[in-house]
Design a protein around this ligand. Sequence first.
Ligand code: ZN
Length: 136
Amino acid sequence: MNDLILKDMLKARGLRATASRILLLNLFNTDHIALMHSEIRSHLRNKVDRVSVYRIVAVLVAHNILIGFVDNGGNELFILNRYKEVAEEIVPLVKCENCQRVPQLPSLPFEYEMILKQNKLSKQPIFHGLCTSCQV
Ligand SMILES: [Zn+2]
């Protein structure tokens, strides 16, 4: 994903495409990569200060550009939202236990999502397993 696509993604959600936001989003260019706050901070060390990293991540999550979730180990991770436009939508995820990549699953059927919303789901549903590349 190049900077132009990232800029469009930010603008489409009513956000300014600042240099810091672009730098941060570029960390998610590897397919299905999931990063913790500490990893994001370490990658952006000397480029974006710690407080700004927290603020940017919060804004990107609030605008549904990044998706935050908690894995089995209790780590809070973030991935780039590659599909969804609607902020309230529930995004099912699969985390590979070997390579740690976290692909998004296709959208849930409407009725299914309505029921989950009625139950005030507090976290993104996440499945754990082995991705097809790691099954060899
Ligand atoms: Zn894998």
